[in-house]
Design a protein around this ligand. Structure first.
Ligand code: FBP
Length: 251
């Protein structure tokens, strides 16, 4: 159920699938060790969900009653796969995600890629199976490929991606930010009852990061799904708390 990832109408997901997508290039001595990320979840108590691939869950994240709800990322591609028209295919089954304790599953579609229909069809079957089993379903909608080159983060492209997430029956869609509240408001509207969370993106200054997150919340996103701006920070606990205050409106 997607509701288990939402607290007081808000959602704050910690993403740690970058080791797959980018390789260890994003990591330092601290962030390379998944047990530090598990500890960060315990030390902060602000995250409503954690995004891992299957291997990290099996080896570092035994689920118990106290665990932050788990989202298992089902597909992925590596940084070696530099095709002009990207594709990311399923590696982990819904059954396996359930077995290791997932409350929701995640899947990336590169909208605009010539390969998008393959991902949409694969996602569609996943969505049916996951919903039938009572899991939440989250789509990462990332415009990529020559049809959208140079306009990946425009209002029109992102609104289309958001709408597709609704049409495909995702409970939640994770999107890059369009850059301003007015355009992102339209993106959120296009997603209808599919809830929008904004992607964190590459590491930037704390001020810029929090500013962008705040603007996307103002535009109607229910929260964010972030990785690098948290665990690449000098003090990950502190920035996570600040982000929590922002998302839950406690400060
Ligand atoms: P970040 O907050 O670190 O950007 O994480 C969000 C995320 O969607 C991850 O889940 C994923 O691994 C990564 O971004 C993909 O980044 P990209 O495809 O832009 O290289």
């Amino acid at each position: 159920m997607i509701d288990s990832l939402i607290k007081n109408g808000k959602c704050l997901l910690l993403a740690y699938d970058q080791g797959f997508e980018h390789g260890p290039v994003d990591f330092d001595d601290y962030s390379v060790d998944p047990s530090h990320i598990v500890q960060l979840l315990k030390d902060t108590n602000v995250f409503t969900g954690i995004i891992f691939h299957e291997g990290i869950v099996e080896k570092y994240y035994p689920i118990d009653e106290q665990s932050v709800p788990l989202i298992v990322k089902l597909n992925g591609k590596t940084a070696f796969a530099k095709t002009q028209e990207p594709i990311s295919l399923q590696m982990t089954s819904v059954k396996e995600a359930i077995r290791i304790g997932a409350k929701a599953v995640g899947y990336t579609i590169y909208t605009g890629s010539e390969q998008e229909s393959i991902m949409m069809r694969e996602f569609s079957a996943i969505e049916d199976e996951a919903h039938a089993a009572g899991l939440g379903v989250i789509l990462w909608m990332y415009p990529r490929g020559k049809a959208v080159r140079g306009k990946e983060n425009t209002k029109e492209t992102l609104a289309y991606a958001a709408r597709l997430a609704l049409e495909l029956n995702a409970d939640m869609v994770k999107l890059p930010y369009s850059g301003d509240t007015e355009s992102f408001r339209w993106v959120v509207q296009a997603a209808g009852k599919t809830k929008v969370v904004v992607q964190g993106g590459i590491k930037t200054t704390e001020e810029d990061f929090l500013h962008e997150m705040s603007d996307s919340l103002e535009a109607g996103a229910i929260g964010c799904a972030v990785g690098r701006n948290i665990w690449q920070a000098k003090n990950p606990v502190q920035i996570a708390q600040k982000l929590g205050d922002l998302v839950y409106g406690t400060k």
